[in-house]
Design a protein. Structure first.
Ligand code: F6R
Length: 240
């Protein structure tokens, strides 16, 4: 793993966007694996800025997102599809037909997982962006998810529901299930970029980098990938 430690979140966001922009410059038809959550918002802002300066275009870029809440779609401001449109897709020249997320509103979620898994396997990510759960999850692959898991429906842990409730009015409003890309589909990416910021990520960062490779900490599997770039701020790096 290559590790870049930044002073703060702003610097992390600039660095993260630079790494993604570089992939786009090298291959204007790249497949980007994207993440939601608070951490990548700054990187998306900087990416939109870079696009605004005319340095990159998303015209032929394809995207595959990590996850989506069960039951939520475009009509909900809390869905990840809405998040992506608000933070990136509606601000650049990407063709929405080339953007892919699991469909949280599918009638049969298990069939939707199979469809999405096939789609991701046919869209090898040139770069996969990841945030890190405070319990070490990547995507919504919670502790003890098998490393060979494919796209699947997950019951979110209490820990994750609590972490994510800050974005909802009440904790009860947080969906209890989600569809997530599996660890195997994450690991197929040619390059992986992990962003982590703040003290509450320090333990997970430590386990990911220095801990034993174990399903107890899903992110520790990244030690087995040959091209991982970790961009973290001082606070997230404080236990390393
Ligand atoms: C989001 C995702 C999650 C988040 C993680 C960290 O698509 O898959 O794994 O990356 O929960 O979330 P934040 O960035 O909000 O701390």
């Amino acid at each position: 793993m290559k590790i870049i430690i930044t002073e703060d979140y702003d610097e992390l966001s600039i660095k993260g966007a630079e790494i993604i922009a570089e992939v786009i410059k090298n291959n204007p038809r790249a497949v980007l694996g994207l993440a939601t959550g608070s951490t990548p918002i700054g990187a998306y802002k900087n990416l939109v800025k870079t696009y605004g300066l005319g340095n990159i275009t998303f015209k032929e870029i394809e995207t595959v997102n990590l996850d989506e809440y069960a039951g939520l779609g475009e009509e909900s401001e809390h869905s990840y599809v809405s998040f992506m449109r608000e933070n990136l897709f509606d601000k650049v020249d990407i063709d929405l037909k080339n953007t892919h997320l699991p469909n949280g509103k599918a009638e049969n979620l298990n069939e939707e997982c199979e469809r999405y898994s096939r789609l991701v396997f046919s869209h090898t990510q040139d770069i996969q962006l990841l945030g890190l759960g405070s319990n070490g999850h990547i995507g919504f692959n919670e502790p003890f998810t098998p490393f060979n898991s494919l796209t699947h429906v997950v019951n979110l842990t209490e820990n994750t529901i609590k972490d994510n409730s800050r974005l909802f009015e009440k904790e009860e409003d947080v969906p209890r299930q989600a569809i997530t890309m599996g660890i195997r589909e994450i690991m197929q990416a040619k390059k992986i970029l992990v962003l982590a910021s703040g003290k509450n990520k320090a333990k997970a960062v430590y386990s990911m980098v220095k801990g034993e490779v174990s399903e107890e900490c899903p992110a520790s599997v990244l030690q087995r990938h040959s091209d991982v770039m970790l961009v973290i701020d001082r606070e997230a790096a404080s236990l390393l």
